[in-house]
Design a protein around this ligand. Sequence first.
Ligand code: FAD
Ligand code: S2G
Ligand code: ZN
Length: 487
Amino acid sequence: KFSFLIQTRNLALKRFPNYSILTDKDYRKNRCLDDVNSLDSYNEDWLKSCKGNSKLVLLPKTTLELSEILKYCYAKNLAICPQGGNTGLVGGSVPVFDEIIISTRLMNQIIKLDEESSILSCQSGCILQNLDDYVSQRSLIMPLDLGAKGSCHIGGNVSTNAGGLRLLRYGSLKGNVLGLEVVLSNGEILNSMNVPLRKDNTGFDTKQIFIGSEGQLGFISGVSILCPPRPRAANLILVACNGKSFQNVIQIFKTAKLELNEILSAFEFMDRESMRAVKENSNLENPFSIEVSEKCDFYCLVETHSSDEESALRKIENFYSKLSEKDLGLDCIVAENKTQFSYIWSLRERIAESLTKDGHNYKYDISLPLNKMYDLVIDIRKRFSENDAKNYFRRCIGYGHLGDSNLHLNVTSEKYDEKIFKLLEPFLYEWTMKNNGSISAEHGLGLKKKNYIYYSKTKENVEYMRKLKKLFDPKLLLNPYKTLPDF
Ligand code: FAD
Ligand code: S2G
Ligand code: ZN
């Protein structure tokens, strides 16, 4: 296996004499991992639900190194698994068998920030949080934010077309990504990053095909992304919703859109069970009084980004008085400082992590029409009690990005339980299809959801996806066994 590395290195030396070539020992230590313990964290996904058996992790630092590696793998028919921060939730980021893992961990350099156009160009292994810190010094903000920001890589975000907490305000990566550098399975480099412009309508927009392609069509080595101006005033309101019906939550969202309008930057909801999960598993106290929390079935997090604190606070006051007029809110907390701001966000952002402490997570990331969003949670709970399942599941919770009509339904049990799985699938997917939803709103399909694609995509669409896969990856070496259904 090392001959390959030495060959790559020698090849690199010959082809690119100014390479900073490590000695074999260094090379081995820094750029390829093959001892079992360091491989474990690369072979297992964040949820500890999928584990591959790769014997080799490669850590290229540059596009050229990555291209050499892919060229070699192509010539030798070696399958590879592209890996960013390994925070994916559908089993796409770890090998199924012993595919070679190629990690972007060392491809973490910022290339340029054009302050005129606010376009950031960077390598694909930059961690999202680091990029946000970097652009914030220039009064800019990354157009996406997710609970995994401390570990996920921008290349992984683009490969999964990650949505997250700010999509409502800043839109999807399909609009914010202005250029990509992609290394194809044969090592060819496809670059649309050279002159990142807001507008460039010359021919087909090839970069779009890679956004959300989950490592199936090419290996993203560089990203150019538009960074909006950082708001001078960010405010966060936690609303304890009145009443039992989810319709009230939707009414609160409609009121927020009306009253906060252009300053609304995020609208998330979490149910009572989600609040209980973060309390029990992560010790995050419900900030409302007992008598409010006892009556409250739903909470909304409403964030605003604006240029002027005073007018924002006026709008927020107006928003809350409208809620009281309509009797929609039991109580509300407006974060008064950074600590409260991040505490309230942590109630929402740490649900996923809290749920892992229950044991096994059955995770569903569903798009649904707003007025159907929570009916699925109610129906699943009903299905459990009709099948007398209440004593073998721990939690059935609903939360998510209400602003994007994206529900995260999670069921947990101490251990994986076939009975629970059979109550959930395919019922949940059929329910979603019947109600015109998507079975994967933002997390992608990976290994876990690939065979459910027909609940949301027609046969013809999937056939053309296969044609694209054959065009870009004719030997089917990129991230095999995932995203597209088995034949
Ligand atoms: P990885 O997990 O390493 O990989 C993800 C997929 O992309 C894999 O198929 C992998 O093969 C491929 N890939 C990775 N890098 C490249 C590359 N450079 N080129 C080609 N293919 C590549 N997701 C959301 O959309 N919204 C959320 O709000 C959200 N919240 C989360 C909260 C928590 C606590 C956690 C753990 C996850 C959350 N996620 C969310 C899921 C996950 O963080 C995202 O999918 C993220 O974009 C994955 O980035 P990553 O760098 O970790 O990619
Ligand atoms: C989020 C994380 C995954 C989940 O927190 O928005 O995308 O379903 C989710 O817990
Ligand atoms: Zn999410």
